[in-house]
Design a protein around this ligand. Structure first.
Ligand code: ADP
Ligand code: MG
Ligand code: ZN
Length: 489
């Protein structure tokens, strides 16, 4: 290793292997349903259990999901790719091998673009490959002191894609941004729900450190099966720190596979290279090569949906909103969908964006729910915003109405009617309130009349208070000014 830097500082290099569960109805090589939370071992058959003589048949939908992802990241779909057996023993793998792709994967190249933000520059992380494979089952370790574990094989044969980056990620936070971006693209394409809590998106992180300026990579370790953004960042930070300290003290890194231990907040070795897997990959004899011809590829290309960047640009132009707002609105596909549905029945893009980004996001955050489970559907929010636009209610009252809509699922008009929340635009009513306010604030009135017109806003505030926020502020200001002018002359 050539160290062109004498500062003694080290830098990290990270490469990610991201696994995403594809959104198919059935498994990749059999007709078993893909389901989450089904009773253990109810979604299995001889194929995914690996019983002798059972033969796999490739699921076309899974291939199409993978193709879409490869195209979306600008990768090259290989006309011919080959499935391979990756042999290893583990109790969650009844066949004794996993069907994956090895030296001839479905996708090569492409990149994941990371957007610039206040804290970061824009950057593209190049991809080595994207390939198809099947998932393994799940071990259920006893929590009650039993001396054995159980296994649920429902997940055996669930379709996955593995997305492998070049070693170009530099920091744990960048790894997180990369993974977030992958999730966003998957969700836009609708090829994966990519719900990390359900294990639909997981990642193995390879990491090494080297002296700043060195031209070669250091020896890497691999932290397996990180299933949350937080774990990914914490595990990487821990491992980078461990490697750096070890190198600084003159030690050597041993290539090995590790696991993040959340309870102990450490990374622990699982196996070293010596005892490491020799998977003895060989072509899967029960499956023919996967051929993606031109016609199929063109069809898939034509079916590529709008991606986050395009959508953001369209939002800015179509709805006349700021770039930053358009960015947040298109961060998640479902939020952008919601906003667009509101805009089907409403015409003020900025007002709708404000409400979506403040009120709606706040509720989603507080309740920790997704857009889909909101009781206020887009046309209902459009209706509420319409009531603000028409001056029937103030923005402030609209927030009260919105809160009620969330709780009850009732439409805005009904709540406004029922609670008598209509804005007071009735001139005689407002005049009466203004007279009351001036009568009750004799001292301030004399101040105003002596030229200290700054108390005007105080009077407006009092009118709003007396009407519990239901006075139309513009009308109130106008009438108040009239009244004060009258008194000054
Ligand atoms: P293998 O064939 O042994 O699995 P790959 O070349 O496919 O190795 O790399 C696996 C992952 O490890 C990739 O994401 C790659 O970017 C990453 N990687 C390879 N070498 C290093 C290194 N020295 N430091 C950090 N990550 C690395
Ligand atoms: Mg690998
Ligand atoms: Zn099956």
């Amino acid at each position: 290793m050539t160290d062109k830097n004498n500062s003694g500082e080290y830098e990290s290099v990270i490469g990610l292997e991201v696994h995403a569960q594809l959104r198919t109805k059935t498994k990749i090589f059999c007709g078993c349903k893909v389901g989450y939370g089904a009773p253990p071992n109810t979604l299995t058959c001889p194929v995914c259990l690996g019983l002798p003589g059972a033969l796999p048949v490739l699921n076309k939908k899974a291939v199409e999901c993978a193709i879409l992802m490869i195209l979306a990241v600008g990768g090259e779909v290989q006309e011919r790719s080959v499935f391979a057996r990756k042999n290893y023993f583990y109790p969650d793998l009844p066949k004794g091998y996993q069907i994956s792709q090895y030296d001839q994967p479905l996708g090569l190249g492409g990149c994941v673009g990371l957007e610039a933000s206040d804290a970061h520059k824009a950057k593209a992380i190049r991809l080595k490959r994207i390939h198809l494979e099947e998932d393994a089952g799940k071990l259920l370790h006893s929590e009650s002191g039993e001396s054995f574990s159980r296994v649920d094989l429902n997940r055996c044969g669930v379709p996955l894609i593995e997305i492998v980056t070049e070693p170009e990620v530099l920091k744990p936070a960048e790894a997180r941004r990369c993974m977030t971006r992958v999730r966003q693209i998957l969700q836009y394409l609708d090829v994966s729900d990519a719900d990390m809590e359900k294990g639909q998106l997981r990642c193995d992180a390879n990491v090494s450190v080297r002296p700043v300026g060195a031209s070669e990579f250091g020896v890497r370790t691999e932290v397996k099966n990180l299933n949350s953004f937080r774990f990914l960042e914490k595990a990487l930070a821990f491992e980078i720190d461990r490697q750096t300290k070890l190198l600084k003290s003159g030690g050597m890194i041993e290539q090995c596979t590790m696991l993040w231990n959340e309870d102990r907040q450490t990374v622990e070795p699982m196996r070293t290279k010596e005892e490491s897997e020799d998977y003895r990959y060989f072509p899967e004899p029960d499956l023919v090569a996967l051929i993606v011809n031109d016609a199929w590829l063109k069809e898939m290309q034509a079916g590529l949906p709008e991606l986050p960047d395009e959508r953001k640009r369209r939002f800015i132009g179509q709805y006349h909103i700021h770039e930053a707002d358009a960015g947040v609105l298109t961060d998640s596909r479902e939020l952008g969908d919601y906003y667009e549905k509101v805009m089907c029945d409403f015409d003020d893009g900025k007002l709708a964006a404000n409400w979506t980004l403040t009120e709606l996001l706040r509720v989603l955050h507080e309740e920790k729910t997704g857009v889909a489970s909101l009781r206020v559907k887009p046309p209902m929010l459009a209706d509420l915003l319409g009531q603000i636009k028409s001056g029937r209610i103030s923005g402030k009252i609209a927030k009260v109405v919105f809160g009620e809509m969330l709780k009850t699922g009732r439409p805005a008009a009904e709540i406004i009617e029922h609670k008598g929340l209509t804005q007071i635009t009735d001139i005689s009513k407002l005049r009466k309130v203004i007279e009351e306010v001036l009568a009750e604030n004799d001292k301030n009135l004399r101040r105003y009349l002596s030229g200290r017109t700054g108390v005007f806003d105080y009077f407006v505030g009092q009118v709003m208070r007396k009407t519990k926020g239901m006075a139309n502020p513009e009308a109130a200001r106008k009438l108040l000014q009239e009244k004060l002018d009258e008194l000054s002359s």
